[in-house]
Write a new protein. Structure first.
Length: 201
């Protein structure tokens, strides 16, 4: 993967795009960029693996459903998270041609990646990239989703067998909404932060 070409492709699609060799460098950059604002995050293993939330919490108001404050319900956290200044998420698949693919079960993550914030950061490990949008979509369904379903302890065919999407009708299915960012949304700033090492699923 030629990183400069990938960055240019995202830029052609309206995104700001940067890359860093390591998750530590990416976390340090984001910690400098995000200061004194309200921040929310989706259920992102990528963000967790970076140690980014611990850094941001020292000088920002950070909220997410993985750490529900006392006296709040998960639904109240979802509502508050939808209205923060900044939203942090990743991608289940990304293309070298400059598109992002996400799949969601509840809807909070994909909705926040579309609207409601001043800025959205997509933090994407190099393992998420495929040459084309079609292959990125395949990866999201057949690699990321089974791994996430297994991580969440879901009783779905993909989690049990761990090999591919079965397009199941399980009530525990996590693949209910599919979103492709073909271009930057016009409602807010969007930045793709590429980490040149594997992160998340």
């Amino acid at each position: 993967m030629e990183m400069q070409t990938v960055i240019q492709n995202f830029q052609k699609h309206g995104f700001r795009a940067v890359s860093f060799p390591t998750k530590e460098e990416a976390a340090a950059y984001l910690n400098r960029e995000i200061d004194g604002v309200s921040v929310a995050y989706g259920g992102s293993v990528t963000v967790s693996q970076m140690g980014l939330l611990e850094l941001l919490k020292t000088h920002n108001d950070v909220i997410g459903h993985w750490d529900i404050p006392a006296g709040m319900t998960k639904q109240e956290v979802y509502a508050k998270a939808a209205a923060t200044d900044v939203y942090l998420t990743s991608a289940n698949g990304a293309s070298e041609t400059g598109e992002l693919v996400n799949i969601d079960g509840h809807g909070n993550r994909v909705s926040s990646a579309l609207f409601g914030h001043k800025k959205v950061y997509f933090i994407v490990g190099v393992n998420k990239f495929e040459p084309t949008l079609e292959k990125a979509m395949w990866r999201a369904r057949n690699v990321a989703s089974p791994l996430n379903a297994k991580r969440l302890g879901r009783k779905t065919p993909c989690a049990v067998k761990g090999d591919r999407c079965y397009d199941c009708s399980s009530p525990e299915r996590i693949c209910n909404g599919f979103v492709i960012h073909a271009r930057k949304m016009s409602s807010c700033e969007m930045e793709v932060v590429i980490v040149e090492e594997p992160l998340g699923f």
